[in-house]
Design a binder for this molecule. Structure first.
Ligand SMILES: Cc1cc2nc3c(=O)[nH]c(=O)nc-3n(C[C@H](O)[C@H](O)[C@H](O)COP(=O)(O)O)c2cc1C
Length: 180
């Protein structure tokens, strides 16, 4: 059984990406996986300062924001799931702060090769290219870091809370759990 960290990137309770993330979490739990859940929007995150002193003071990020509260779980997990809505054709700022601080693992020599990674996302426009600049940074960065992409759930055409129920997004997210 795997340990999976799910990072939620929307502050909207009952929102579309959170509903899909919850469907993933429920399915992963049923499969016996250990799931660690965090919501990036309720964390104090400042992104990367580029100081290159990661792990030199015993913490992943020397500047000590809430990335450090999940760093150990990220390192010991077999898989990471990033769920978030599209904001301005990319990931929301808080999700990007976490992704930026994942850089500390590279600087600190922490091997993340083979981590299973997946993205769950949604957007208002009915156009799959809206996801390009959100998925791209993960896929290009992950290729460099040796991550193993197991599949993405990308659902266009949803805007209001509850819209996801009119799609198969939650079913897709539940099915994604079988890839871990
Ligand atoms: C700040 C902001 C920026 C957004 N930018 C985009 C965008 O560039 N393209 C798009 O299709 N939808 C955009 N949306 C719409 C959301 O992606 C959409 O409402 C989504 O379903 C929200 O997901 P959530 O319920 O998980 O928060 C934006 C919404 C907000 C609040």
């Amino acid at each position: 059984m795997s340990k999976i960290v799910v990072i939620k990137g929307s502050a909207r309770k009952g929102g579309n990406s959170n509903s899909m993330a919850d469907a993933f979490i429920a399915a992963a739990g049923e499969l016996g996986h250990e799931v660690v859940e965090c919501n990036a929007t309720s964390m104090n995150l400042n992104g990367c300062h580029g100081c290159m002193s990661c792990f030199k003071t015993g913490k992943a990020c020397t500047h000590d924001d809430d990335f450090n509260t999940i760093a150990d779980d990220l390192l010991t997990a077999d898989g990471w799931v990033f769920s978030f809505p599209i904001y301005w054709y990319t990931m929301p700022g808080q999700t990007k702060c976490i992704l930026d601080n994942v850089f500390s693992f590279a600087v600190g020599g922490k091997d993340c090769k083979g981590k299973k990674v997946a993205i769950i996302s949604c957007c208002e426009e009915n156009d799959m290219t809206v996801f390009d600049h959100a998925v791209g940074p993960f896929e290009r960065g992950g290729a460099l870091m040796g991550w193993d992409f197991v599949g993405n759930v990308l659902v266009p055409g949803v805007n209001n809370v509850g819209d996801i129920a009119n799609t198969d997004g939650c079913e897709q997210a539940a099915a994604l759990a079988q890839k871990f």
